[in-house]
Design a protein around this ligand. Structure first.
Ligand SMILES: NC(=O)c1ccc[n+]([C@@H]2O[C@H](COP(=O)([O-])OP(=O)(O)OC[C@H]3O[C@@H](n4cnc5c(N)ncnc54)[C@H](O)[C@@H]3O)[C@@H](O)[C@H]2O)c1
Length: 388
C-alpha cells in the first residue's frame, strides 16, 4: 500500500478530538500532529489523544512538509486567518463551520483555495448521515414529487441558564451571529442538501433571551466541558448575540419554508429535525433518531423506513456501513465526512470537475451569506435576499 496521508489538527477541544477519532477509523490516513495555542496545552492534548507531534503555534505545524491535510477546529474568530495560512502553505484543508465570520472573508477563501488548487471541505456533518444520503437520492429520483414546503427546527439546552458560558457567547470570538451561525447553519445546509435547492431569501426574528450572563473568571471553557472548573467565581457580561431565532424561507424555485433554532430549550439536546412536503409524499427526519425516515402518504398508511443497506438505493450505499438495526449516529457522520474527503484526495480527484460527497468552501460561503441575510433581515424587519 502507498504511504498513508498525514493529518494535522489545529485546535483539539470538543470537535477537534472528534475529528481525530473519526480519522483513525480510516485505514489510509494517520493523525501525525496537533497544534494548540500554547506548547504546554499542545503537549497535554497530544499525550491524552496519543498524537506523535505537538506544536504550540499552528505555523510550525504548517511548516512541516510531511503534513498533507490540515483540520481547522479552532474557535470561529480564528477560522479566516488559519484557513488562509493553510491554503498559503499548500495543504488540503478541512475547516470547521462557520468557514469564517463574514461573507467577504468566505468569498476570499473560496477564491484562494481554487487558485491554489487544494482540496477544501467544511464539516457540515449532518448531510453525511446514511439516511440523509438516502433521502437526497429519493428526492432526486422524484419520489416525493416537487418539494413545496420545508419546516423544522434545531433546538438545544446547553445555554439555558445564565451560568452557562462558552467562547461562543462573546461575539468577538464567535461572530455577530451565534445560534444561527452555530446550529442554524447546519439546518440550512442539511435541507439544501436533501432538497437540492438553494435558499434565496429570508425573513428573520432573533432574540437574545438572556442579555446578561455569568462568565467564569477561570476554567478552560471548552465546549461541553464538565463544568468542574467553572461557576465558582464569575463576572456578569452583556450578551449581544441571539439565543433563539425563527426564519421564514423562500427557495430559488419559489417554494417556501420556516425553521426555528434555540440554545435555551430545556430537554432538547441536539434536536435537529425537519419535514419536507412534496406534491406526492412527505418525509420527516430527526437527528436524535437517525435510523428512521418517516414517509407520509395521502391515500394509504404512512411508513417508517429504517436505515438498512439492503433497502437503500444503490447511490446511497457508500454512506452506510452496518446492517439494519446497527444504528449509525453522530460519530459515524464524522467518519463519513472523513471517508468522503480523504478518498477524494487519495483518488486525485479534481474539485473543478469531479462531484464530491462533502461540503466545500463554496458551501461554507453560501452558509455565511445566509447568516448575513438573516442578520440583515432581523435588523431591518423585512425580507432579505441571500447575496452570493
Ligand atoms: N460540525 C459540528 O458538528 C461542530 C460541533 C462543535 C463545534 N464545531 C465547530 O468547531 C469549532 C471549535 O468548536 P469546539 O466546540 O470544539 O470548541 P472548543 O473550545 O471545545 O475547542 C477549541 C480548541 O481550539 C483551541 N485553540 C484556541 N486558539 C487556538 C490557536 N490559536 N491555535 C490552536 N488551537 C487553538 C482551544 O484551546 C481548544 O482546544 C467551532 O468553530 C465550532 O463552530 C462544529
Amino acid at each position: 500500500m502507498s504511504r498513508k496521508l498525514k493529518a494535522g489538527i489545529i485546535g483539539s477541544g470538543f470537535i477537534g478530538s472528534a475529528h481525530i477519532e473519526a480519522i483513525r477509523r480510516l485505514e489510509f490516513v494517520e493523525v501525525a500532529a496537533l497544534a494548540q495555542d500554547t506548547q504546554e496545552k499542545a503537549d497535554r492534548k497530544a499525550e491524552q489523544l496519543g498524537v506523535p507531534l505537538a506544536y504550540g503555534d499552528y505555523n510550525e505545524l504548517l511548516a512541516n512538509p510531511d503534513i498533507d491535510v490540515v483540520h481547522n477546529c479552532t474557535p470561529n474568530y480564528l477560522h479566516y486567518d488559519i484557513n488562509k495560512a493553510i491554503i498559503a502553505a499548500g495543504k488540503h484543508v478541512l475547516s470547521e463551520k462557520p468557514l469564517a465570520t463574514s461573507s467577504m472573508q468566505t468569498a476570499e477563501l473560496v477564491k484562494l483555495a481554487r487558485e491554489r488548487g487544494i482540496i477544501h471541505g467544511v464539516n457540515f456533518n449532518y448531510r453525511q448521515y446514511p439516511m440523509m444520503k438516502q433521502l437526497s437520492e429519493m428526492v432526486k429520483k422524484g419520489e416525493f414529487g416537487d418539494i413545496r414546503l420545508v419546516h423544522g427546527s434545531y433546538l438545544q439546552d446547553w445555554l439555558l441558564y445564565d451560568t452557562d458560558y462558552n467562547w461562543r457567547l462573546d461575539s468577538q470570538a464567535g461572530g455577530r451571529s451565534r445560534a444561527m451561525a452555530d446550529i442554524g447553519s447546519h439546518w440550512c445546509d442539511s435541507i439544501q442538501y436533501v432538497t437540492g435547492k438553494r435558499i434565496a431569501a429570508v425573513f428573520a426574528d432573533l432574540w437574545t433571551v438572556l442579555p446578561v450572563r455569568k462568565k467564569p473568571v477561570s476554567g478552560s471553557g471548552e465546549t461541553f466541558g464538565d463544568g468542574a472548573d467553572n461557576h465558582q467565581l464569575y463576572e456578569e457580561v452583556p450578551i449581544d448575540t441571539e439565543d433563539y431565532g425563527s426564519v421564514l424561507l423562500r427557495f430559488e424555485d419559489g417554494s417556501k419554508g420556516v425553521f426555528t433554532v434555540s440554545q435555551v430549550s430545556a430537554g432538547r439536546k441536539n434536536a435537529l429535525s425537519f419535514e419536507l412536503n412534496g406534491t406526492r409524499k412527505s418525509a420527516a427526519w430527526k437527528q436524535e433518531e437517525p435510523a428512521g425516515l418517516w414517509i407520509g402518504h395521502r391515500d394509504r398508511s404512512n411508513e417508517m423506513m429504517l436505515a438498512d443497506p439492503a433497502l437503500f438505493l444503490e447511490e446511497a450505499r457508500s454512506s452506510i456501513h452496518h446492517p439494519g438495526g446497527h444504528h449509525e449516529g453522530w460519530p459515524d457522520s464524522l467518519k463519513n465526512m472523513m471517508l468522503h474527503f480523504y478518498s477524494y484526495i487519495r483518488d486525485g480527484k479534481d474539485p473543478e470537475r469531479d462531484p464530491c460527497g462533502f461540503a466545500t468552501f463554496a458551501d461554507g460561503h453560501l452558509s455565511m451569506c445566509i447568516t448575513d441575510a438573516i442578520l440583515k433581515s432581523h435588523e431591518r424587519q423585512q425580507w432579505a435576499a441571500v447575496e452570493l
